[in-house]
Design a protein around this ligand. Structure first.
Ligand code: UD1
Length: 433
């Protein structure tokens, strides 16, 4: 397995440019299946999750080409219903968007149950409830989801989500744009990537209103046409570099961001004594000489994002005093604390609450990336620690961070990648287009 070897104790200085938002891209790529014509999509992050989805679309008959490193053209005009590569679907969470896009385009879908990071049970009952309300028969058996529009096309419906779910909100939006009539999603999630998906769909001819509020209205249209769209910058990637700057006592200008999307993260960082200043070209983060303790609770947007929880966990290990983090979204998102304990952290976990006894010096150790964001957190811990940290299973990190090691090293980090020989022999999946 590929590993990162980090020599800790260096402060990060300089400027880093943020890539396109992963969680927007992984919905927009499957949504391109609805479009008859060429979708030109800019600011696509080059990460393995987007690469996997592009490979799946290509298998369904889409023409996919890179215009530049971050701009692609997808033409699904001649895509047809067929078995998709299930081994690829199983790898990623966002494959659930193929249920909505295949149903919308073909009136049928067969996908695997989604993969992705394991934070405990991650059901898709709200997705299924939405598809059923739109007139699909949905059956889950043998690890697959089978869905079929009862009369070949979906029909608009009023859908109340029992849980605020990012994935269910976006999946229902995707399925509903070509449905007959009007769909209303109530208790919808409001994350920036939901607005981004709506903007993408509207720029291709859809009629989606209210994205960013808890009620989204979709008036079905007969077809979508090609067009150009640029994906928003990644809120979580930006937040990760902000925490990395704070944790190492460095000074980093983070560019290509939307400051509004970072408000919750900036507010919490300021509470730790970190300076966060907004400029036209980006946000400047300066770590303090001593970090202060904080309490935080993760919540749906505009609350504090769960995807920043592990990175802040590292920060609270370094901060003076006792910090309490409450996970408001997932049942089991504190697995990474075991890895931090190997580095000298003192953390007690009781269900969804973790108590961090801060002010400890972290020391390098052999640790494991439990999932995407936990992996990024371990990289931050390794940079802040003394000595050498080896991180295993870093393929998780590469699912969501474009050129992570390269960007961090350009800021002064000391990270080497030890490649897996088998991967090298077979050629890596990333950038197969
Ligand atoms: C998405 C993001 C993930 C982020 C999460 C919350 C993608 C690909 N992933 O995941 O990075 O951590 O939003 O911001 O965009 N739930 C149900 N039934 C459902 C759906 C969800 O009970 O049908 C529950 C989940 O178990 C969880 C909560 O609702 O407790 C929120 O999940 P959701 O917002 O759907 O997260 P994902 O779409 O899986």
């Amino acid at each position: 397995m590929e590993q990162y070897i980090i020599r800790g104790g260096t402060r990060l200085y300089g400027e880093v440019e943020i890539s396109g938002a992963k969680n927007a891209a992984v919905a927009i790529i499957p949504a391109a299946l609805l479009v008859q014509g060429v979708c030109r999509i800019e600011n696509i992050p080059q990460i393995s999750d987007t690469d996997t989805l592009l490979t799946i679309l290509a298998e369904l008959g889409a023409k996919v080409s890179y215009v530049s490193k971050s701009t692609i053209e997808i033409d699904c005009t001649h895509a047809s219903y067929q078995d998709a590569p299930y081994d690829l679907m199983r790898k990623i969470r966002a494959s659930y968007y193929l249920i909505g896009s295949m149903l919308g385009r073909f009136g049928s879908a067969k996908t695997t149950m989604p993969g992705g990071c394991n934070f405990g049970v991650r059901p898709i009952d709200q997705h299924i409830k939405g598809m059923r309300a739109l007139g699909a028969e949905v059956d889950v058996r043998g690890g697959f989801v089978y869905a079929e529009a009862r009369d070949g096309r979906l029909h608009g419906a009023r859908i109340y989500l029992d849980k605020v779910s990012v994935g269910a909100t976006m999946n229902i939006m995707i399925a509903a744009v070509l449905a007959e009539g009007r769909t209303v999603i109530e208790n919808a999630a409001r994350e920036p990537h939901i607005v981004d998906l709506a903007n993408f769909l509207n720029s291709m001819g859809a009629d989606v209103r209210g994205a960013g509020t808890d009620t989204i209205k979709i008036n079905g249209v007969e077809s979508l046409h090609g067009g150009s769209y640029s994906i928003i910058p990644d809120q979580i990637e930006a937040g990760t570099y902000m925490v990395a700057a704070a944790a190492t006592g460095g000074e980093v200008l983070i560019t290509n961001i939307i400051p509004k999307h970072l408000e919750g993260i900036s507010a919490k960082l300021r509470e730790t004594g970190t300076s966060v200043e907004e400029y036209v070209e980006g946000i400047l983060v300066k770590g303090p000489s001593e970090l202060r303790r904080i309490n935080l609770k993760t919540m749906p947007y505009p609350g504090f994002p769960t995807d920043m929880q592990p990175q802040f966990g590292v920060l609270t290990c370094l901060a003076k005093g006792t910090s309490v983090i409450t996970e408001g979204i997932y049942d089991n998102r504190f697995k990474y604390v075991n890895e931090l304990r190997k580095m000298g952290a003192e953390i007690q976990v009781d269900g969804r609450v973790a108590v961090f006894e801060g002010g400890r010096r972290l020391t390098g150790a052999l640790v494991h990336a439990c999932d995407l964001r936990a992996g990024a957190a371990m990289v931050i811990a390794g940079m802040a620690a003394s000595g050498e940290t080896q991180i295993e299973d870093v393929n998780y990190i590469e699912r969501g961070y474009e050129r992570f090691v390269e960007k961090l090293n350009a800021l002064g980090a000391d990270i080497r990648v030890r490649y897996d020989e088998e991967d090298m022999r077979q050629g890596r999946l990333l950038s197969s287009f």
